[in-house]
Ligand binder design. Structure first.
Ligand code: BTN
Length: 251
């Protein structure tokens, strides 16, 4: 990866300005956690790895990252991160990707990035973690994978499989610009604006969904997003607010 190719795209004041490019690591999120433990870190410090040997997804899953962008941004907070911060990050990745390749992308609750409003496939994901006054936003985007393992074939897409050839540097630069802008909106308390952007880009509301890994499991129609960023699911027993668990669109 070429640091200059990223820097020349940046319009940010902090995100991506302290850029750590690594050939190989276990996980850029783990790398960020180690960095924070060592001492003070600049806001917006960004770690990008060419290769991850133990990339992590949500729910303790593995994240296959060969050919993809593996990037973690460290955001400092004096108190707690603002509401909707992690939803805002999903919006930022969708918007950044759209700017990079000139086509729309969408978000599935909470912050998976999808290729279409209905029937789309996952092209990016976010693993947000917090540690000692820091929010760690780990972003994985499928960029140049030419194919996926059998179990992901129907579910995953890359920019390459969509027919787009673009460098990881360009994808990173555009996402960093959009991430800083959107996190500034969240920090300034523009919850309504973020909620509105998320609602516009989302591919979850209106769909039949199930959340099987919460107790009791939830089944119904995704009906809205509340002020705190919870997904409101209309079930046979009335509305249920969901914040945890894997949302499956039953389609
Ligand atoms: C998901 O959708 O399950 C989240 C995937 C997040 C993957 C990224 S790749 C960069 C960063 N490092 C990790 O180990 N995970 C995140």
């Amino acid at each position: 990866m070429d640091e200059n190719k990223i820097s020349e795209l940046l319009t940010t004041s902090e995100f991506g300005r302290n850029l750590l490019l690594i050939d190989e690591t276990d996980s850029t999120n783990a790398e960020a956690l180690r960095l924070i433990k060592k001492g003070p870190v600049k806001n917006g410090t960004t770690i990008i790895a060419e290769k991850q040997t133990a990339g992590k997804g949500r729910f303790g899953r593995a994240w296959l990252s060969d050919g993809g962008l593996c990037m973690t941004v460290i955001i400092k907070y004096a108190g707690n991160p603002p509401p909707l911060a992690t939803l805002s990050a999903g919006v930022a990745v969708a918007e950044g990707l759209s700017t990079a390749v000139g086509r729309e992308f969408f978000v599935k609750y909470p912050n998976d990035v999808y290729t279409a409003k209905t029937g789309g496939r996952k092209i990016g994901g976010i693993l947000a973690q917090s540690a000692k006054g820091h929010l760690i936003i780990g972003i994985g985007v499928n960029v140049s994978q030419e194919s996926f393992p059998a179990e992901l074939l129907e579910k995953a897409e890359s920019l390459k499989t969509l027919g787009m050839t673009i460098s990881k540097e360009a994808v990173a630069g555009h996402i960093l610009n959009s991430l800083e802008r959107n996190m500034e909106l969240a920090d300034a308390g523009n919850i309504g604006l973020i909620r509105g952007k998320w609602l516009k880009l989302n591919c979850t509301i209106g769909e039949r969904v199930s959340i099987r890994d919460v107790s009791p499991p939830v089944e119904g129609t995704a009906a809205g997003l509340d002020e705190d960023g919870a997904l409101v699911v209309e079930t046979a027993n009335g509305p249920v607010r969901v914040r945890a668990g894997e949302i499956t669109i039953e389609g």
